[in-house]
Design a protein around this ligand. Structure first.
Ligand SMILES: O=C(O)[C@H](O)COP(=O)(O)O
Length: 206
């Protein structure tokens, strides 16, 4: 049984390019982001992979990335399930601010704590721990059972919602997960064992 699970962070967004805290703001992909999504689709197809169902967030940048990938793979008729449980972490009051301006105002260390600590929330927003608390139950109840039944599943989402899933699959601690960077448009592909742990991580660049 092929218990295939692929995770892809959306391609570069307008606000990634402008270096703005984005969170739940609904911004589009840049030209580069669109190209990254096409490349991800080509890469998955070239590896001989296919999918039975896809999941994405309620945000356009992830949905658009998914549509491009499915188009590249000639899989436009598979079911797509969209849910805000897969949204990016909510950046609260930081949303729309420039990350360098924020460093100048609050200091490098404080901004790093907001961006990469496990349980310190940015003002009015979600910490990674808060994001895990909504994303992980969704993964466990909606995504993982399908993979374990043998459905091949593609998830297009966001840096921190994917980190929440990767944390469990790659057995990270609170200290190591914050150092696990998830690049835009680069598929992370696992085969799971029957007990839901990772049996194999596929290297699509090989
Ligand atoms: O929401 C954002 O600004 C980014 O997509 C993720 O931000 P981060 O790199 O600060 O986690």
């Amino acid at each position: 049984m092929d218990r295939l699970l692929a995770l892809v962070r959306h391609g570069q967004s307008d606000w990634n390019l402008k270096n703005l805290f984005t969170g739940w703001e609904n911004v589009g992909l840049t030209e580069k982001g669109i190209a990254e999504a096409h490349a991800a689709g080509k890469m998955l197809k070239a590896a001989g992979l296919t999918f039975d169902v896809a999941f994405t967030s309620a945000l356009t940048r992830a949905q658009h990335t998914l549509d491009i990938i499915l188009d590249e793979m000639a899989l436009t008729s598979i079911p797509i399930i969209r849910d805000e449980a897969l949204n990016e972490r909510d950046y609260g009051d930081l949303t729309g601010l420039n990350k360098d301006d924020a460093r100048a105002k609050w200091g490098e260390e404080q901004v790093h704590i907001w961006r990469r600590s496990y349980d310190v929330s940015p003002p009015g927003g979600e910490s990674l721990k808060d994001t895990v608390a909504r994303t992980l139950p969704y993964y466990v109840s909606e995504i993982q059972p399908r993979v374990l039944r043998g459905e091949r599943v593609l998830v297009a989402a966001h840096g921190n919602s994917l980190r929440s899933i990767v944390m469990v699959l790659e057995r990270h601690s609170r200290d190591t997960i914050v150092k696990r960077e998830i690049a835009t448009g680069e598929p992370i592909v696992y085969r799971l064992a029957a007990d839901s742990t990772v049996a194999e991580t596929l290297d699509l660049t090989a």
